[in-house]
Ligand binder design. Structure first.
Ligand code: AKG
Ligand code: FE2
Length: 347
């Protein structure tokens, strides 16, 4: 951290755009479609981030969710506190890193609202009162993203010679999170000590990310340089999480990324000047909580020997989120030595 000012004039990450309509379904035999599947695999192998277009959620639905996010976070603190998240709440509800971190001066400048599968009574979501359409549309989005991620997983399985449905038993419990994010209005100066999202990799299978036009998202390129990821209208941003990377024995990249001040303000603003709020929607796909994730034998070769120990998905995800809550920001690089010893077994 603190090196954000060194990125002035940073370059753009020219991520590949994948057409979801060409990889969807089981009957995509056309050459063009086979080429699109290869393009997806190569992009996730080399960069770990793509733009996804024609993914089957309307722009108006995405916009509606952004409107909800604005309305949700503008509620008084007293309302948000009623549905505050935490481990005892299965990490569902409202979360503010500066409230939970040991040192609010370095916590991420954000607040979030998380839901999981609303059909799981043993892990209830926490909903704001008197807002039924919020619940309906959040759940719609959660399910649509699950369906999109199934297609992406099936396509990857196919590309490495596994059957298309080989992942299905490991992800059908829908242990995913759907998160609304608000990065409050701030000043350029504040980024000297607190980013909007500190450098991190995501935890699970795929993240489906929807950005507004604020900017500030960056990924770390192979040479260590931070690259700006600009939103493209009609496209979601999709990236690989650590558990999918582990499943593929490191063949797929879970690329480090962060959210800093928008590049435009970096160039034009004086330190004390205001940077407006930013909103994002992030759907984090995870394998079933009790799935034991170790590299597939199809991905272990002489050239690429087994690179990861096995881990229960639920433990991995819970330990990562617990650390985010405790520190108010993610560790730059996750190391298995960071797993909590007190919960060493199955989650
Ligand atoms: O807000 C964004 O664009 C990215 C957020 C992110 O990377 C995350 O929450 O894991
Ligand atoms: Fe992320």
């Amino acid at each position: 951290m603190g090196d954000s000012t060194a990125t002035t004039g940073s370059q753009t990450a020219n991520l590949p755009i994948i057409d979801f309509s060409k990889i969807e379904g089981f009957n995509s035999e056309a050459t063009e479609n086979a080429a699109e599947k290869q393009k997806l695999f190569q992009a996730l192998r080399n960069v770990g981030f793509i733009y996804l277009k024609n993914y089957g959620i309307s722009d108006s639905k995405v916009q509606l969710l952004f409107d909800y996010a604005t309305r949700f976070f503008s509620q008084p603190l007293s309302e948000k506190e009623k549905i505050e998240s935490g481990e005892s709440k299965f990490f569902r509800g409202w979360f503010s890193p500066e409230r939970t971190s040991g040192d609010a001066r370095i916590a991420d400048q954000k607040e979030a609202f998380d839901i999981g599968d609303d059909g799981n009574p043993s892990r209830p979501n926490q909903w704001p009162a008197d807002w039924p359409e919020f619940r309906t549309d959040m759940n719609y989005f959660f399910e649509k993203c699950h369906d999109i991620h199934l297609v992406l997983l099936s396509t990857l399985a196919e590309t490495v010679g596994l059957s298309r449905d080989s992942f299905l038993p490991y992800v059908q419990d829908k242990d995913h999170f759907f998160r609304l994010l608000h990065y409050p209005q701030t000043t350029l100066e504040s980024f000297g000590s607190r980013l909007r999202a500190s450098p991190h990799t995501d935890y699970g299978t795929f993240t489906l990310l929807f950005n507004d036009n604020s900017g500030g998202l960056q990924i770390r390129g192979k040479d260590g340089q931070w690259l700006d990821v600009h939103p493209i209208p009609g496209c979601a941003i999709v990236n690989i999480g650590d558990l999918l990377s582990r499943w593929f024995n490191g063949i797929l990249q879970s690329t480090e990324h962060r959210v800093i001040e928008p590049s435009a303000s970096r160039a034009t603003l004086a330190l004390g000047e205001t940077i407006p709020s930013r909103y994002a929607l992030a759907w984090f796909g995870n394998p079933n909580r009790n799935a034991y994730i170790e590299p597939f034998s199809a991905c272990i070769t002489e050239d690429n020997p087994k690179r990861f120990d096995g881990v229960y998905a639920g433990k991995h995800v819970a330990d990562r989120i617990a650390k985010l809550h405790k520190d108010g920001k993610a560790p730059e690089v996750w190391k298995d030595s960071m797993y909590r010893k007190d919960l060493s077994g199955k989650a």
